[in-house]
Design a protein around this ligand. Structure first.
Ligand code: F6R
Length: 604
């Protein structure tokens, strides 16, 4: 949700800012802009539309100067337009600001500023920040930033330029991601590490409310009282290539193919000769009374699988809630509960708020997170990292399947510790889990061409219904989300048994139904639901490991490999990711950056 970048050094800033923005564009892409300072003035170039539009204006070189900030936007306050694009000047054009987040009290502050004679060039909340900086500036930029930050409420990662200070920019964060990159004679900021990984591997992570003064020769970090704070420098192990397409037409396809490798990294090191070892958790599974899982989107769908799995093998009640509901539904969370927050980015505003709500209610919080040192990781009591590597496509793929893997590990570990899973079943599941990466590798190769062909046949569909029971229902939720978000086909997931309670009235001749039947205990039940829609004229793609049972009722079949029923969502989801990918490709969508979406939803 909006990407920000900043550079100061000896090189020209514009090419570096543009390069960083390209890597951040997945965070928002309705407009973009850069500001470069030099000679006592700041020049801003900004425009509505994709980054390529900005590229046309800058020609890759304009404005000239060695210190600057940049932004790629996902609109919250004010429609996408040239005026609302960042950076935003102050009235006197001495300050320029880029911002990721939301200033919640912006209407009140707009009034405050209007009463003091300020006028506004945009409809954004961000402009309030640049105007407040001008209002509070009295010869000391740091002082103005501190005063501004005491006035604004909400979330922000900010990059700030001041025209009269050459070779310096300021940055600050509260509830929005920001990293500081340290180079040789040059320094950077960005919304995430991969954006500046080609330039440096050394990073500082500012805490909430900290302000960084960034110059080519060093970075000083202060707290909200202008006191200097010492920061630890972290060396990233991420491979710069991880954030490149590496020959694939889209990041999404690359990331689908990366899943076996990501699952290996997530699972293998945690399986020891004595069984599963989860170094990230320091609580006793026997003392947990109930688990709450809170997450958004695909991470919530992973939580739906986690509920069934943990309940079955650890015999612990699990409630999976949407993080956006958790924070407001007055959940019965207390110190006897464990709250599990699942998030690829570790920055999702609702998930972070759910974490804080759980802690407020004295629950221990375990984060299942991909991005190392993200806000959710930092605030949780225990962390289990998914080791998916950077995920750039807006639609998650490897982020989701590695979340499933961690939930399986967690469920098995809890079951083992609590003595609720039979040794033989535990050993079988552990073994089958370790076999998943190789099986998935082969499965992707087998199914890639078939899903492409199916997409060629079904891409004109206007609606699609994904049905399944148990784990298959959870996989249906994820399959429907993948299809709708990148192909823009209306897609819904239903627990197969629910169809008859209303939704089946939508089924008519040629309605597309994806019937998932991978759980052996439920295959026959789902088969009867498939028959019901077939009788009413639907076209059915079956997804199953029992082709013998489904073939006669389905127009097409995706055959899943034989694996433990609990592990099938990994395979089902992967097949449906590929199907969605190729449908979107056939429809000509912008697969990595679907309309209206952005990766890392840092606003409520
Ligand atoms: C869908 C998708 C989203 C995310 C959701 C949560 O493909 O990517 O639904 O799963 O926004 O994001 P994280 O996991 O970063 O909290």
């Amino acid at each position: 949700m909006c990407g920000i970048v900043g550079y100061t050094g000896k090189k020209q800033a514009t090419p570096i800012l543009m390069d960083g923005l390209e890597r951040l564009e997945y965070r928002g892409y309705d407009s973009s802009g850069i500001a470069v300072s030099g000679g006592g003035a700041i020049e801003i170039v900004k425009v509505k539309g994709r980054l390529s539009e900005l590229g046309k204006l800058t020609g890759g070189t304009r404005p000239a100067g060695t210190t600057g900030i940049g932004h790629t936007r996902w609109a919250t306050h004010g429609k996408p337009s040239n005026e609302n694009a960042h950076p935003h000047y102050s009235r006197d054009k001495k300050f320029a600001v880029v911002h990721n987040g939301i200033i919640e009290n912006y209407l009140e502050l707009r009034e405050f500023l209007a009463e003091r004679g300020f006028t506004f060039r945009s409809e954004t909340d961000t402009e309030i920040v640049s105007l407040l900086l001008e209002y509070y500036y009295d010869g000391d930029v740091l002082d103005a930033i501190v005063k501004m930050s005491r006035k604004v409420k909400g979330s922000y990662a900010l990059g700030i330029l001041y025209a009269d200070e050459a070779d310096v920019f300021y940055a600050m964060r509260k509830d929005s991601p920001l990293v500081i990159g340290l180079g040789e004679g040059e320094n950077f900021i960005a919304s995430d590490i991969p954006a500046i990984l080609p330039y440096t591997r050394k990073f500082i992570f500012p805490e909430e409310g900290e302000i960084a003064i960034v110059t080519p020769d060093g970075v000083t970090v202060c707290n909200g009282n202008k006191e200097r704070v010492e920061k630890t420098v972290v060396v990233s192990e991420l491979d710069a290539k991880a954030a490149e397409k590496d020959g694939y037409p889209h990041f999404m396809l690359k990331e689908i193919y990366e899943q076996p490798g990501a699952l290996r990294k997530t699972v293998y090191e945690r399986i020891k000769s004595e069984g599963i070892r989860l170094d990230g958790i320091r609580f006793d599974g026997k003392s947990v009374r109930k688990i709450y899982i809170a997450a958004c989107g695909s991470a919530y769908h992973a939580g739906a699988v986690g509920k069934y799995f943990i309940e079955k093998y650890a015999r612990l009640e699990v409630e999976t809630l949407l993080a956006s509901e958790f924070r407001y539904c007055d959940p019965l969370v207390d110190e006897n509960c464990l709250t599990v927050i699942i998030s690829q980015s570790g920055e999702t505003a609702d998930s972070l708020a759910a974490l804080r709500e759980a802690k407020r209610r004295k629950s221990r919080v375990l984060a299942i997170v991909n991005v190392v040192d993200s806000s959710i990781a930092r605030e949780a009591d225990d962390i289990l990292y998914t080791r998916a590597g950077p995920e750039i496509a807006v639609a998650t793929t490897k982020g989701y399947t590695t979340q499933l893997a961690v939930l399986y590990l967690l469920g098995l570990k809890l079951g083992h510790d609590r003595g609720t899973i039979a040794e033989a079943e535990y050993n079988t599941l552990v073994r089958e889990l370790t076999e998943v990466p190789a099986l998935l590798e082969k499965f992707i190769d087998d199914v890639n061409e078939q899903t492409q062909q199916l997409a060629g046949k079904y891409y004109p569909a206007t609606d699609a219904y994904f049905i399944g029971r148990g784990y298959d229902w959870s996989a249906a939720l994820e399959g429907a989300l993948k299809l709708k978000e990148i192909s823009y086909i209306h897609a819904e997931a239903y627990a197969a048994g629910e169809l008859k309670h209303g939704t089946i009235s939508l089924i008519e001749k040629n309605s597309l139904v994806i019937g998932i039947a991978a759980d052996p205990a439920l295959t026959e039940k789902t088969l009867s639901n498939i028959k019901e829609v077939k009788t009413r004229g639907a076209t059915v793609i079956g997804v199953t490991n029992r082709p013998d049972l489904l073939r006669a009722e389905c127009n097409d079949l995706i055959v899943l490999p034989k694996t433990h029923d609990a592990l099938t969502p990994i395979f089902t989801a992967t097949a449906l990711q590929l199907f969605a990918y190729y449908v979107a490709a056939s429809r000509g969508g912008d697969i990595d950056k679907p309309r209206n979406l952005a990766k890392s939803v840092t606003v409520e």
